[in-house]
Design a protein around this ligand. Structure first.
Ligand SMILES: NCc1[nH]cc(CCC(=O)O)c1CC(=O)O
Length: 328
C-alpha cells in the first residue's frame, strides 16, 4: 500500500451526507486506512434560493470537486443521483459501493398508502419526476412543491401542511428513519431517479490510493448505475425534464442480464412515456443509450417540450446531466 497518511474524506454537512460519508469511511477503515471526515460547505447548503437560480443541483457537487482538485481532501462521497453524469476532468469515480434500496418511499399521516390517500390529499415533493409519475396514477391528489433536507420535508407531514411526502428510501434507511415510511413505492408506478440509492467515491485520477479506494466497489451496482446514467446522458435531460430510470440484474437463459426501465414525463406532468429493455451487463452504457433512443423515437423529446434540451444535439445550454431531484 502507498505511503500511509490519514485519508481526508470530504463531505457536505447535512445529516444524510455525513451519514453516507461515515459509512464509506468505515468501509475504508476495514481496508486498513485511517480516515477523517472534512466538512465542506456548498452554496446549495447556505442559500435558500431555488436551485435553478444558483446553478442547478450540480452546485452541491462542484464545491466538493474543487476541494478534491486543489488537494484539500483525498476523496469524497456523493449521492450518485445528485452527481452530473458528465465526467469531471482530473477526477474519477474510484468506486461505486453496494446500493441501498433504490425505491421512493411514501411517508404519509396515519400510516396511509398512496391508494388510501383521499382525493384532494396534499402530497409534497420538490421533484418533477416524482410529481409527474404520481400525477399519472390519476388519484386526484394535489401535488405541492417542497424543498429542504430530509427532516424539513418530514416536518411537513408532522405539522399537517402535507398529508404525505415522497422521499428516497435509501436516505431514510441510512438515517435510521425507515419506520416513517408508510409505503415503498413500486417502480412499476414510480421509477426512481438514475443512481438513486447509490453512492460514488470520487478522487483525483492520479491519487496514490485510487486502487485502494476502488476496493469498496460493487460491480453489480456499478453496472446498474452506468446503464441509468447512460440513458440520462443520451436523453440530454435538462434540469426540469422528469426522468426516472432503474436497472436491475436479472437471470435469463444466457446467464445474468441487465433489465432497464425508464420514464420520461412532460414538464407539466400531464403525460408520460415508459419503456424497458434488457441487455448484456458487459456494456451497460450502451443499454442506456439504446433505451434512450427508443424513448426518443417514441416522442420523448416532444413530450418534454421545446427548450428542455431533450433530443437536441448537445442540449440547450446544458452540458452536464443530473437528476431532477433536489439534493437534500
Ligand atoms: N434529492 C436529494 C437526495 N439525494 C440523495 C438522497 C437520498 C439517498 C439516495 O437517493 O441515494 C436524497 C433525498 C431524497 O431524494 O429523498
Amino acid at each position: 500500500m502507498p505511503e500511509q497518511h490519514v485519508v481526508r474524506l470530504g463531505t457536505r454537512r447535512s445529516a444524510l451526507a455525513t451519514t453516507q460519508s461515515g459509512w464509506v469511511a468505515e468501509r475504508l477503515r476495514e481496508l486498513g486506512l485511517q480516515v477523517e471526515l472534512v466538512e465542506i460547505t456548498t452554496q446549495g447548503d447556505v442559500s435558500a434560493a431555488p436551485l435553478t437560480m444558483i446553478g442547478g443541483t450540480g452546485v452541491f457537487a462542484s464545491a466538493i470537486r474543487e476541494a478534491l482538485l486543489d488537494g484539500r481532501v483525498d476523496c469524497a462521497v456523493h449521492s450518485l443521483k445528485d452527481l452530473p453524469s458528465a465526467p469531471e476532468p482530473g477526477l474519477v469515480i474510484a468506486a461505486v459501493p453496494r446500493r441501498e434500496d433504490p425505491r421512493d418511499a411514501l411517508c404519509a399521516r396515519d400510516g396511509l398508502t398512496l391508494g388510501e390517500l383521499p382525493a384532494g390529499a396534499v402530497v409534497g415533493t420538490g421533484s418533477p419526476r416524482r410529481a409527474a409519475q404520481i400525477a399519472a396514477l390519476g388519484l386526484g391528489v394535489e401535488l405541492v412543491p417542497i424543498r429542504g433536507n430530509v427532516d424539513t420535508r418530514l416536518q411537513h407531514v408532522r405539522d399537517g401542511r402535507c398529508d404525505a411526502v415522497v422521499l428516497a428510501m435509501a436516505g431514510l434507511s441510512r438515517l435510521g428513519l425507515r419506520d416513517v415510511v408508510t409505503e415503498a413505492l413500486d417502480p412499476v408506478q414510480v421509477l426512481p431517479a438514475a443512481g438513486q440509492g447509490a453512492l460514488a467515491l470520487e478522487c483525483r485520477e492520479d491519487h496514490p490510493l485510487r486502487e485502494v479506494f476502488a476496493r469498496v466497489e460493487d460491480a453489480e451496482t456499478r453496472a446498474c448505475v452506468e446503464a441509468e446514467r447512460g440513458l440520462l446522458a443520451r436523453l440530454e435531460a435538462g434540469c426540469t425534464a422528469p426522468v426516472g430510470a432503474l436497472a436491475e440484474v436479472v437471470e435469463s437463459e444466457d446467464g445474468l442480464e441487465l433489465s432497464l426501465r425508464a420514464f420520461v414525463g412532460s414538464a407539466d406532468g400531464s403525460d408520460g412515456l415508459r419503456r424497458s429493455l434488457t441487455g448484456s451487463w458487459t456494456d451497460p452504457r450502451d443499454l442506456g443509450h439504446r433505451l434512450a433512443d427508443l424513448l426518443l423515437e417514441d416522442g420523448a423529446a416532444e413530450l418534454a417540450g421545446v427548450g428542455s434540451g431533450l433530443g437536441s444535439p448537445g442540449g440547450v445550454g446544458q452540458t452536464a446531466h443530473q437528476s431532477t431531484d433536489h439534493p437534500a
